[in-house]
Design a protein around this ligand. Structure first.
Ligand code: ZN
Length: 170
């Protein structure tokens, strides 16, 4: 059997009846609906190679924990806080939503919007491009379904990406 998400040949466990490798299992959401969306987003197992040791290594688990920590848990982006290693929307999550909403729906310059929310223009761009806000996590340059709560609707997020792209073309 192969991993349903990445095609890796070694199966670690089944979840909701779906065989997964250790890494895909580790990152899989617990909610059934998100889980099947996650499995639907196929990835190539080669992108996960960094976290799979070729030689047996007692520290494998530790490395993996570290990779995951560095990824999800090291710093919470604006609008989230970290509680027991998990991303939880903070009291600033409404502000993040407002930032996206104002950027997409109001005719306001990046400069003004940044000032209004006490951010640098670069900081603002980082917020607007952050996949965390739609419930995803970036892992080894790939975007995965995370298990945290999104604070920006995907439609709004996509509109922001379109607008950012248009601004960059000018
Ligand atoms: Zn896998």
């Amino acid at each position: 059997m192969i991993c349903e998400k990445c095609g890796f040949k070694s199966i670690y466990k089944k979840k909701f009846g779906i065989p997964l490798c250790e890494i895909c299992y580790y990152f899989s959401p617990n909610d059934e609906k998100s889980f099947f969306n996650y499995v639907e987003e196929k990835i190539d197992y080669s992108v996960l190679e960094t976290y799979r040791n070729k030689k047996p290594n007692p520290q494998k688990k530790g490395m993996f924990e570290k990779a995951k920590k560095g990824l999800v848990v090291s710093r919470a982006p604006l609008g989230y806080k970290i509680i027991e290693g998990k991303l939880i929307p903070s009291e600033k999550s409404k502000e993040v939503f407002d930032i996206f909403n104002e950027f997409v729906n109001e005719n306001i310059s990046l400069n003004k919007l940044a000032k209004k929310h006490n951010l640098s223009v670069n900081g603002l761009k980082k917020v607007l491009r952050n996949f965390t806000y739609i419930g995803k996590i970036k892992f080894n340059k790939q975007v995965f379904q995370g298990s945290h709560e999104p604070i920006v609707p995907i439609v709004l997020f996509n509109k922001a990406q379109d607008k950012l792209e248009k601004l960059n073309l000018k």
